[in-house]
Design a protein around this ligand. Structure first.
Ligand SMILES: NC(=O)c1ccc[n+]([C@@H]2O[C@H](COP(=O)([O-])OP(=O)(O)OC[C@H]3O[C@@H](n4cnc5c(N)ncnc54)[C@H](O)[C@@H]3O)[C@@H](O)[C@H]2O)c1
Length: 378
């Protein structure tokens, strides 16, 4: 028998590591945003197989499945989790349902990519993070797609290299327009089901990118107002944010601005960097203005950095799939998402309390830890 042979095993060149199988992926919630998830997954057949979709609305589910050729459909998330045993579930339902669905997926051993905002409050988000599986997963990632375009990656690398000098001053403005009909969906515009207004639901994309670039914040002074829409929440907000680096930023969010724009501008010691776009950016949406005397050094560093990747669901989803296939926590991690939610909570807390707010003010026990509005009305 071969097992009794004392001959040494032949020495061979080490075998290439096996390429991991495509992940089995499902989508829950087949409304407006889910198509960006399906398109990205279908464009990556080597990384993912889209095996199932779930929705409580049978018409939405059937048209979504037929448009994206998804083999199986379910009206119930738990049944899907039992039958399909997916590796990853994309949660694309309204925000008030995220917590229960994310916890159900994590409990069934599936990692999750949940749409923003991941939760209605810091308390909810912390409970979701606590349901993750530790070092070996499953994990919860949140969709913050603007971190993943090459412009943001290039700027982050330049900041880390020190070539730009210290960040001094920033503006981060999300000035969009939503007519009253936009709020007809039953979950929109209400503290209970949407968690907050545009500070949480719309401006969070850019504030998340600002935090990814500038790091920890230390204090926020803000005002939120309802200026024009018939909703419970704010429709504009205005904040001053202080960062641990010493930088200060103006963060503005509006759903009342006919001239729509998403803009981030950061003045560093040695250059101004600007990004102007609407819902996603490419390389051409970035502009660099070096300070006198630094033109050559800064321009050379900027041009040598990453290029060619637009921000968007596809660029993040590729990173999520690659991280999971390598056995590591996918971006944006629960810790990073909590940091963005904490800044949003600080904007509401500062406005309702009419005073500057620090991260310590938002610890468990604070009403703004439990709910973005701290239980108050505007
Ligand atoms: N990342 C982005 O750029 C971006 C843009 C728009 C929306 N979003 C986010 O995506 C999420 C969904 O927004 P949307 O505009 O697609 O909403 P939507 O209302 O168009 O779609 C939600 C879908 O979820 C389904 N649903 C509701 N309850 C369900 C349940 N219990 N089980 C299964 N399905 C259920 C609904 O029937 C609907 O088809 C929200 O969190 C929103 O903030 C993100």
């Amino acid at each position: 028998m071969s097992s009794s042979s004392s001959a040494p095993a032949p020495v061979t060149a080490s075998a290439p590591s096996p390429v991991p199988e495509p992940l089995r992926v499902a989508i829950v919630g087949t409304g407006n945003i889910a198509r960006f998830h399906a398109q990205a997954l279908l464009a990556e057949p080597g990384r993912a197989a889209l095996v199932a979709a779930v929705d409580v609305d049978p018409g939405a589910l059937e048209s979504f499945r037929s448009r994206h050729t998804i083999p199986r459909g379910y009206a119930d998330l738990d049944r899907m989790l039992t039958a399909e045993r997916p590796d990853l579930v994309h949660v694309c339902t309204p925000p008030g349902i995220h917590r229960a669905q994310v916890e159900a997926c994590l409990g069934a051993g599936a990692s999750v990519l949940v749409e923003k905002p991941p939760a209605l409050s810091l308390a909810e988000a912390e409970k979701m993070a606590a349901a993750e599986g530790g070092d070996r997963g499953p994990w919860m990632a949140t969709v913050f797609q603007h971190r993943f375009g090459s412009g943001a990656l290039r700027l982050r690398a330049l900041i880390d290299s020190g070539v730009l000098g210290r960040p001094l001053l920033a503006t981060c403005h999300t000035t969009w327009f939503r007519p009253q009909e936009y709020f007809d969906l039953p979950w929109r515009g209400k503290w209970e089901t949407e968690g907050g207004g545009p500070t949480l639901g719309h401006g969070i994309h850019q504030t998340d990118l600002l935090l990814a670039l500038l790091g920890e914040w230390t204090q926020v002074s803000a005002v939120v107002r309802r200026q024009a829409r018939d909703v419970e929440t704010e429709d504009v907000s205005l904040a001053r944010v202080d960062f641990a680096s010493g930088a200060i930023a103006s963060v503005v969010t509006s759903l009342l601005s006919p001239q729509e724009e998403s803009r981030i501008r950061i003045d560093f010691e040695r250059a101004t960097v600007e990004l102007a776009h609407l819902y996603g950016y490419g390389d051409d949406d970035w502009r660099l203005t070096p300070a006198p005397g630094f033109e050559e050094e800064i321009t050379t560093a900027w041009e040598a950095g990453e290029h060619g990747v637009n921000s968007g669901h596809h660029s993040q989803i590729v990173q999520v799939l690659d991280a999971l296939r390598a056995g590591s926590p996918p971006p944006v991690t629960s810790r990073d998402a909590l940091s963005s939610l904490r800044l949003v909570a600080a904007v509401y807390a500062s406005s309702f309390e009419q005073r500057p707010v620090t991260p310590a003010d938002l610890a468990p026990g604070s009403p703004f830890h439990e709910r973005m509005n701290g239980g108050r009305s505007l």
